[in-house]
Design a protein around this ligand. Structure first.
Ligand SMILES: NC(=O)c1ccc[n+]([C@@H]2O[C@H](COP(=O)([O-])OP(=O)(O)OC[C@H]3O[C@@H](n4cnc5c(N)ncnc54)[C@H](O)[C@@H]3O)[C@@H](O)[C@H]2O)c1
Length: 258
């Protein structure tokens, strides 16, 4: 694995917040931001893992359920200002319920949208408010390559992520119209090896075959690593990316280029 590009001072003096930071991509982003000089608040609902990751990398843990308006209010009271905000928390499905457009329950559909889209809306709303003092900041939303294609067995996941891409553009335009130097961009990862995939991978021989089958459509021929997404988040968070706004950037080993 190649070490990701990290400017050791690109976020020096910045305050950053990441949702869903106890695991996978969120934890990798938190680590890269700390290494780049930011003070980082890691938020999640899984506080055992969140505290462990925060302790390990030198961040501050905070319990925040992105689906709960009360939770956002409590967070805003504690952190009324921020410079970088990453809406990363997400789920691929609601339990083991069917997610296809014929058999999905309304409850399962709504549960996915509650985290992946309502959560990102409330995150963007908080971030604009918390960045108004300085009239500047960077918001980064984790969408997915699933935002750009049909996802027959995970329809709610696809629509929630398509919503995130659209919301990202609306936030970028709104902030510009308000005269705020707040950039809002989305990252669209392809298959990245994180705990989110575990229910689909299995164990032993089957695991090897499942991995091979999942990445068969990816020109890179492998899963991505969370650090490879964190490297792009770090660039978008830094002032070096000040002319990048309203973009949806793929980090997918070429998957969407096909
Ligand atoms: N892993 C991939 O292949 C992949 C691909 C495309 C997009 N993404 C997106 O990247 C983001 C991170 O995914 P990951 O693979 O690291 O997943 P992950 O399951 O490893 O981590 C997700 C984190 O979100 C937290 N979370 C779940 N519900 C929450 C809630 N209501 N409030 C606060 N936190 C909550 C979980 O506790 C967990 O720590 C997600 O938005 C996901 O949709 C992942």
């Amino acid at each position: 694995m190649i070490e990701p590009l990290r400017n050791p001072s690109s976020l020096h003096g910045k305050r950053a917040v990441i949702t869903g930071a106890a695991s996978g991509i969120g934890a990798a982003i938190a680590k890269s931001f700390v290494e780049a000089g930011a003070s980082v608040v890691l938020t999640d609902t899984d506080m055992v893992r969140c505290r462990a990751v925060a302790l390990d990398i030198g961040g501050v843990p905070f319990e925040l359920d992105v689906t709960s308006e009360t939770s956002w209010d409590e967070f805003a009271d504690s952190y009324p200002e921020t410079d970088v905000f990453v809406n990363n928390a997400g789920i691929s499905a609601s339990g083991s319920d069917a997610q296809d457009p014929e058999n999905s329950s309304l409850e399962a559909w709504r549960a996915v949208h509650a985290v992946n889209l309502d959560g990102v809306f409330m995150g963007c709303r908080y971030a604009i408010w918390a960045m108004r003092g300085k009239s500047a900041g960077a918001i980064i939303n984790l969408a997915s390559s699933a935002a750009m294609i049909g996802v027959p067995r995970a329809a709610a996941y696809g629509t929630s992520k398509a919503g995130v891409v659209s919301l990202t553009k609306s936030v970028a335009l709104y902030c510009a119209q308000e005269g705020l130097d707040i950039r809002c961009n989305a990252i669209c990862p392809g298959a990245i090896m994180t705990p989110m995939w575990e229910p689909l991978l299995g164990t032993g021989e089957a695991r090897h075959d499942n991995i091979k089958s999942i990445v068969s459509d990816t020109p890179a021929g492998r899963f991505g690593d969370p650090d490879e997404v964190a490297a792009v988040a770090l660039l978008l968070a830094a002032d070096h990316a000040r002319f990048v706004n309203g973009a949806a950037i793929t980090v997918d080993g070429g998957f969407l280029a096909k």
